[in-house]
Ligand binder design. Structure first.
Ligand code: SF4
Length: 237
């Protein structure tokens, strides 16, 4: 079982971005039954989680899981049962990803929390030290993480239905905040507002390379998967 999923480089190339991304997808929140992979999750984000976006949310008739969900759960079980073994395999897969990207003349990047919110800077500080020249990037619901990550780990705060004050404080301090916009006045026609609460909104659906964004902006996203049905306030309507 691979831990990292390699993103489609053609999508980024099409935008003139020469990055090759690899993403670790675990089972979010308590879905695995063996650990909580999202200690800062709220009711709204857990219900609207990106885990159900794209192919991860497509189930055969009468079924409640699929191969993607099973792989995410298996990886999470591996991490919970054998952290050292998991980190050793992750390190090998990062090395392979870096080699492959360089062979193709691309810049490698890695996301460890594709569908989780683990404080990797605490769990595996040696990984960031070893891969000092590699750009890692993630989103988090834990505002305290913004100030406590290594230089090669870019973290974007993610807005939920209950942390808007923390988001505004982060924006005032030059950090970025991802937020999901929908409905009349915002994303009714698939467009995002120009500003929200006094800060510019950029289109964060174009790519996932948040470390390229200007600072002090909302990273605006349209709802996907179960988020389309959100009524908790997680999605801004
Ligand atoms: S913190 Fe992120 S990954 Fe975890 S449940 Fe919430 S939206 Fe999903």
């Amino acid at each position: 079982m691979n831990l990292l999923t390699i993103g489609n480089p053609k999508t980024l190339k099409g935008q003139g971005l020469n990055y090759a991304t690899a993403i670790l997808h675990l089972a979010p929140h308590t879905l695995s039954g063996v650990m909580n992979a999202c200690p800062y999750a709220t009711a709204g984000c857990a219900a609207a989680c990106l885990n159900t976006a794209g192919r991860g949310g497509i189930f055969k008739k009468g079924e409640t899981t699929n191969a993607i969900q099973k792989a995410r759960i298996a990886r999470t079980e591996f991490l919970a049962a054998d952290r050292a073994g998991f980190l050793a395999q992750l390190d090998r897969e990062i090395a392979a990803h870096v080699r492959r990207a360089e062979r193709h003349g691309m810049v490698p990047a890695v996301r460890l929390n594709g569908t989780s919110d683990i404080s990797w800077e605490r769990v595996a500080p040696e990984l960031f030290a070893k891969w000092r020249g590699l750009q890692l990037h993630d989103y988090t619901k834990g505002a305290h993480r913004l100030r406590n990550v290594p230089a090669n780990y870019h973290v974007t705060l993610s807005r939920s239905e209950s942390n808007e004050a923390e988001c505004l404080e982060a924006l005032a301090n030059g950090y970025n905040v991802a937020a999901v916009f929908a409905d009349v006045g915002y994303a009714v026609d698939g467009t995002l507002p120009a500003t929200y609460r006094g800060y510019p909104v950029i289109n964060a659906d174009e790519h996932d390379l948040r470390f390229l964004d200007p600072s002090g902006v909302w990273c605006g996203l349209l709802p996907k998967g179960d988020a389309i049905l959100d009524d908790t306030g997680f999605v801004i309507r």
